[in-house]
Design a protein around this ligand. Structure first.
Ligand SMILES: [Zn+2]
Length: 237
């Protein structure tokens, strides 16, 4: 069962109505969802499903299901189970998701300040990181912070663009993150473009204008192995 992924077209939607398709041990499947399932380094969304009788089913995590575009909403322990066919109102924890969107977009900007292959990454609500295949001596926290914040301050609008699989295969230089496979599906690949700054395949959720990120600070830089020099950031404001 595939789920209509509402966050792909509108990452700012905070409420929607959906039908319960199945209820299993791993989670609840809906016909459509606002909840981003953990992937591409970005944490899964949390929030609640509200039943017609007003009962709230707290969602502690969101994961990908077995099939492409299937999404499992993982209830917190002890929550009531909805019935298949039931109509529920979806509410995501918006402050948490918005922090994820700001940090995620910040990593796109930072990946253009540190010019090196990206070997890993992670986005949590309170901090995010990228790992680079680069010499430690080339990573200067103050410089990364200053240059990333200077780009953010330019207030550029972001865009989602789609290209075909074959267009991506013809432009392998677009794939910066070696550890994350581009989000392919139905012969198309989704890209995030920050005009003049960055263009890369990404299935995650981003802010509309990079000014929304606000200033960031570099928390630490450390070596996690020869090809994983880790730069960790947080929102400063
Ligand atoms: Zn992204």
């Amino acid at each position: 069962m595939t789920t209509e992924l509402l966050f792909r077209t509108d990452s700012y939607a905070t409420s929607a109505v959906a039908r319960v398709v199945s209820v299993g041990e791993r989670g609840i499947e809906l016909d459509r969802t606002l909840f981003y399932p953990m992937g591409g380094g970005q944490a899964g969304d949390t929030g609640a499903l509200v039943r017609p009788n007003g009962e709230r089913i707290a969602i502690a995590d969101t994961r990908k299901g077995e099939q492409a575009d299937s999404v499992l909403h993982v209830p917190a322990p002890g929550m009531p189970q909805p019935d298949p066919g039931e109509i529920v109102t979806l509410e995501i924890d918006w402050p948490r998701r918005y922090a994820l969107m700001r940090l995620h977009t910040a990593l796109h900007v930072m990946s253009c300040v540190v010019v090196a292959p990206v070997t890993g990454g992670n986005i949590a609500p309170e901090k995010a990181r990228l790992d680079f295949d680069i010499d430690m001596s080339l990573l200067d926290a103050a410089k990364i912070e200053r240059e990333t914040n200077a780009i953010i301050a330019r207030g550029i609008e972001t865009e989602i663009v789609w290209i075909t699989d074959s267009e991506l295969d013809a432009r392998p230089e677009l794939v910066k993150t070696m550890s994350v496979q581009p989000p392919r599906g139905g012969g198309r690949v989704r890209l995030l473009r920050i005009p003049g700054i960055d263009l890369q395949p990404c299935g995650g959720t981003h802010v509309r204008n990079i000014a929304e990120i606000g200033p960031i600070r570099v928390l630490k830089i450390r070596s996690e192995g020869r090809r994983n020099r880790r730069v960790e950031i947080a929102l400063a404001g």
